[in-house]
Design a protein around this ligand. Structure first.
Ligand SMILES: CC(C)(COP(=O)(O)OP(=O)(O)OC[C@H]1O[C@@H](n2cnc3c(N)ncnc32)[C@H](O)[C@@H]1OP(=O)(O)O)[C@@H](O)C(=O)NCCC(=O)NCCS
Length: 180
């Protein structure tokens, strides 16, 4: 099983495995914010129990090795900045991420994604790192381009984004792959 580091640092961030003990701050700082979830596959959490359930799943999938989710904290004041996850498939890693609104547009998610992408591509069994985002999610598309991913195309009617529509949405597909 390929397992990444639990705790790691960048210039401004500290990452640690997402844990149920952080439910209150995860709920308050981003999971309940409709602006954060607008392009996500989930609706804003209305009660902390939903956040606890999500974090419990993160703990379980970490143990199973199927998905690794970190919470990201600012090194300066130890505030929750957001969350980053990698889903492990047989030969690919899929990225998921979100920041609390007050931390948008400061280059933080680029900073967090770069070492994770580097780690993934260094694994002998991993040939592809990829992510999708809603066709209208300009911030996410720009972020993926900034970290060096290539736009592969549009996945039509790919996934439900329930805050946007009640039918599946078109999504942009981005990747970095190992040379053959
Ligand atoms: C997507 C998200 C994580 C971006 O993180 P971020 O730390 O703000 O992004 P960065 O500051 O690293 O910026 C990366 C690039 O995107 C651009 N960008 C960021 N937000 C933008 C916006 N709202 N509109 C246009 N461009 C934007 C930045 O200018 C930068 O581009 P540059 O290289 O030309 O300067 C953040 O907007 C977010 O959490 N959104 C809500 C959750 C979400 O949509 N997650 C993704 C689901 S697929």
């Amino acid at each position: 099983m390929t397992t990444p580091e639990g705790t790691w640092k960048t210039l401004r961030l500290l990452a640690k495995p997402a844990a149920v003990e952080d439910a209150q701050v995860v709920f308050a700082d981003y999971a309940s914010d409709p602006a954060v979830s607008i392009y996500m596959t989930w609706e804003p959490h209305r009660h902390i129990d939903e956040t606890t359930g999500f974090l419990r799943r993160c703990e379980r999938t970490w143990t199973e090795g199927s998905e690794f989710t970190w919470t990201l904290w600012t090194k300066d004041d130890e505030a929750l900045a957001g969350i980053l996850s990698i889903r492990m498939d047989a030969s690919a890693v899929h990225l998921g991420y979100a920041l609390a609104q007050r931390w948008w547009r400061q280059g933080l998610m680029s900073e967090a994604l770069k070492p994770v992408i580097q780690w993934a591509l260094a694994q002998p069994t991993i040939y592809r790192v990829w992510a999708t985002c809603d066709i209208d999610n300009v911030a996410s598309a720009r972020l993926l381009e900034r970290v060096g991913m290539e736009r592969e195309g549009v996945l039509h009617r790919w996934v439900m984004h329930p805050n946007m529509s009640d039918i599946p949405r078109d999504c942009l597909c981005y990747s970095i792959v190992k040379a053959g």
